[in-house]
Ligand binder design. Structure first.
Ligand code: SAH
Length: 513
């Protein structure tokens, strides 16, 4: 397919997968990236919309609680009219478009209107949700067949199109879609047609998502347990002996931070790495960048220091940002790492040291303590009397390093290399998640992240929104800032690294929940 030449109306009918945004296919994502318009459903994770072009029109075509014919007809018409208007449409549907998705009907409408289309299959909920619940739908030693069945039609014997006789005994595993409401009738029918009452059953709600809920039982008792638990759609119902394997194969909803909402407040370009770390442990992450790093308004001091780099014995980098800012300016001035010549390099913390690697630099000194005081202590042993030391710093850096090094007899230059400024606002999704109490832990990796969040929200709202949220602070200074602003800090690692803070978060939640 040559998308480049696609000038006339065209429709991609795309399976969005069951919820985890990683479960869309490569082709599905490509098509989404191309579209002029995206028409998406309730069950398609709206995080996938981030793959759409920034100028693409996004239209919600969701139907909560069942597809009504009239609404379906309207969607068909809309698809046709968008394509006839010459637009490339991505029709994004939950799971697979051809499995209980009414994709067949949408396609028929396109054929009738003479509109070209492509179908991109997706991971259907029956497969995706079962996998994330640790239930293999078939298993060599357990069952050799699986059936996907709609649980939506009223399973009353006289009018049902489902052949309960054959279904009950003909397929080892039976997966019902849209079956939560009719669960009492479904289970009764299966038993009435010969399925043993002890047959295990699992309900998987919002499968593959951080909200995934699984309820297990037997044909005899699951309907009652679901009623008692207030178990709601959307869920698949898996019936069959394979459900027993979940106990052994469960892997997703038992991860240490599963079901926990985490707030990551780092600068946008640094948040991703930390978010992934938390997500790998099962957490749902909301990113709320509280810092924007910008170059200093007046780079004169930095430029002067860069001009005389050869005269410095040491350059001290105390953060990832300092490294990026310094080298960005060096490059802007038309120079590269060679300008550092014989300078020795001190990097505070392993991440800072790692940030130097792409520039071909290996740190000579990585102090054991990540605090400014630790840096001074490390230099004391080197006795830097009379040596020139360059410390490219943040606009609001504390004075401990330059004062401490000067006290050791060094000649220190500390030009501002970057500034921390306040972003425009807290993303609306973050506020909503805080209001709905879906965030259980807020992580702060520096004093400015706390300060800035309070400034962005206003102090009262800040305290109100963080009420009951566990506060994690990377080190004592950050923790002090939290306390000064009225927060209780519950998570404080001994070592001031993201990895150590994450370990403490896991420990905290394993004790409290
Ligand atoms: N085309 C979709 C199914 C649409 S019918 C697919 O292939 O998955 C809607 C039903 O799908 C819901 O009632 C529910 O039974 C199921 N479903 C969709 N997403 C789900 C999810 N994340 N977890 C559990 N069930 C889901």
């Amino acid at each position: 397919m040559t998308e480049i030449t696609r000038k006339n109306g065209y429709v991609y009918l795309i399976g969005a997968g069951p919820g985890d945004p990683g479960l869309i296919t490569v082709r599905g994502r490509q098509c989404l990236e191309l579209a002029d318009v995206v028409l998406y459903d309730y069950l398609a994770n709206d995080r996938l919309l981030a793959h759409a072009r920034p100028d693409a029109e996004l239209i919600y075509a969701g139907k909560v609680g069942g597809a009504h014919n009239r609404e379906q007809a309207q969607i068909n018409e809309l698809l046709v009219s968008l394509a006839l208007g010459g637009r490339v449409v991505a029709r994004l549907k939950g799971g697979d478009p051809f499995v209980f998705g009414r994709g067949g009907e949408e396609c028929e409408a396109l054929v009738t209107a003479g509109i070209p289309f492509e179908i991109v299959p997706g991971v259907t909920a029956g497969i995706g949700a079962a996998a994330y619940a640790g239930i293999p739908l078939t298993h060599r030693n357990v069952t050799t067949s699986v059936a996907f069945v709609t649980g939506h039609e009223h399973p009353d014997k006289d009018t049902s199109e489902i052949d309960w006789d054959r279904l009950s005994l003909g397929s080892g595993t039976v997966v019902f879609y849209m079956g939560v409401k009719n669960l009492p009738q479904i289970t009764a029918n299966l038993m009435a047609h010969g399925r043993r009452p002890e047959t295990p059953v699992a309900l998987v709600r919002w499968g593959t998502r951080p909200e995934q809920q699984v309820l297990t039982g037997t044909l005899a008792d699951i309907a009652e347990s679901a009623r008692k638990a207030g178990f709601k759609a959307p869920a698949i119902t898996v019936v069959g002996e394979v459900v027993r394997l979940r106990e052994k194969l469960r892997w997703f909803d038992n991860r240490p931070l599963f079901g926990k909402g985490m707030l990551v407040t780092r600068a946008a370009d640094q948040a991703g790495e930390y978010s992934t770390m938390l997500e790998d442990l099962g957490a749902s992450v909301w990113e709320c960048p509280t810092i924007r790093i910008v170059p200093p308004e007046d780079p004169t001091d930095l430029d002067r220091a860069i001009g005389e780099l050869h005269a410095f014995a040491w350059v001290v980098f105390t953060s990832y940002n300092a490294v990026q800012a310094f080298f960005a300016r060096l490059h802007e001035l038309g120079r590269d790492s060679r300008a550092l010549g014989p300078c020795r390099i001190c990097a505070v913390g392993p991440r800072t040291a790692a940030a130097l690697a792409p520039y071909g630099i290996r740190a000579d000194l990585v102090p054991a303590s990540y605090k400014a005081e630790g840096v001074v202590a490390a230099f004391r042993e080197l006795n830097p009397v009379g040596e020139r030391i360059l410390y490219p710093k943040a606009d609001r850096a504390r004075d401990v390093i330059p004062a401490g090094l000067a006290a050791l007899g060094a000649e220190v230059s500390d030009p501002v290399a970057y500034c921390n400024v306040l972003p425009d606002a807290v993303p609306a999704g973050v506020i909503q998640a805080l209001e709905e109490r879906r965030i259980h832990c807020a992580t702060f990796t520096s004093s400015s992240t706390v300060d800035n969040l309070a400034r962005l929200l206003g102090e009262n709202r800040f305290l109100h929104l963080l009420e009951g949220v566990a506060i994690a602070a990377i080190g004592p200074i950050t923790a002090r800032t939290c306390r000064e602003l009225g927060l209780d800090v519950s998570i404080e690692p001994e070592e001031y690294t993201l990895a150590a803070m994450t370990r403490e978060i896991v420990r905290y939640f394993s004790v409290t929940s």
